[in-house]
Design a protein around this ligand. Structure first.
Ligand code: MLT
Length: 249
């Protein structure tokens, strides 16, 4: 029987498991959704950075012309950066052919941690079905890393993890053994539902509305809008479009 786990906060990461299991990083509001938007808009790759200083160093090393510096602190644009962390900003005119260097409060740090894993995907509600199908094709016991909020719990990430595991169970024949975090995530997804209304009522959703970015919530809630599977390659995240055969399943 295969096993699936969910780390509901980054504090639950078990390093030896991170290094040996397929990992999916989730930050619904908004870093995962932004990564999907950037890659769909033609960005060459996304390079997640933990700090502003690290992002600036990467931009300098790669060459400022080929880079879009993006990210947020307290949900807002960082001074001197090209873009914030609103998925609506990531359009071909701004990012096509560029390396997006992204630093956000929670999501980009979780993505950097996932680089220790043998395989790591990035999922939000927008591509949850595609990531579930990609996971179903892998061997091993996956673990979902919820980026959470300020190292604490974020309901929207747990709900998305629950949807992902429900889809994974539907796409595979063996029965799954779920760890406690995974069982909780599945139950939360059933209880709250993965809707824009649920997102709007979360702490992260409220913060976005308070700073005038409430429109991002509907974008992040658009379930299965994309079949793109962001995957970590070396130190960067690249887009892997789903093969047609598996998309039709
Ligand atoms: C994060 O990574 O912390 C978030 O995506 C926060 C945000 O976008 O406001």
């Amino acid at each position: 029987m295969r096993r699936a786990d969910v780390w509901l906060t980054p504090g639950e990461i078990v390093p030896t498991e991170l290094e040996t299991r397929p990992v999916v990083v989730i930050d619904v509001l908004r870093a995962s959704t932004t990564v999907v938007a950037a890659l769909e808009a033609g960005a060459r790759a996304v390079h997640p950075a933990v700090t502003v200083e690290e992002a600036l160093r990467v931009a300098q090393a790669v060459g400022r012309d080929g880079v879009v510096l993006a990210g947020e602190r307290r949900s807002l644009l960082i001074e001197g950066f090209d873009l914030g962390n609103s998925p609506r900003e990531f359009v071909p005119d701004r990012v096509a052919g560029k390396l997006v260097v992204l630093t956000t409060t929670n999501g980009s740090a979780a993505m950097v941690q996932a680089m220790e894993a043998p395989t790591a995907f990035v999922a939000g509600l927008v591509n949850v079905g595609a990531v579930a199908r990609a996971l179903a094709q892998l061997d091993g016991d996956p673990v979902v890393l919820c980026a959470g909020r300020e190292r604490g719990f974020a309901l929207e990430d747990a709900v998305c993890a629950g949807v992902l595991l429900t889809r994974l169970a539907q796409a595979t024949t063996p029965r799954w053994r779920l760890g406690d975090g995974a069982k909780a995530a599945v139950a939360l997804a059933r209880r709250f539902g993965a809707t824009a209304r649920m997102l709007a009522a979360t702490e992260a959703g409220r913060q976005l509305q308070e700073v005038g970015l409430g429109e991002d919530i509907a974008v992040c809630a658009a379930m299965d809008r994309s079949v793109l599977v962001p995957v970590v390659r070396e130190r960067q995240i690249v887009g892997r479009p789903e093969p047609v055969a598996s998309a039709e399943r």
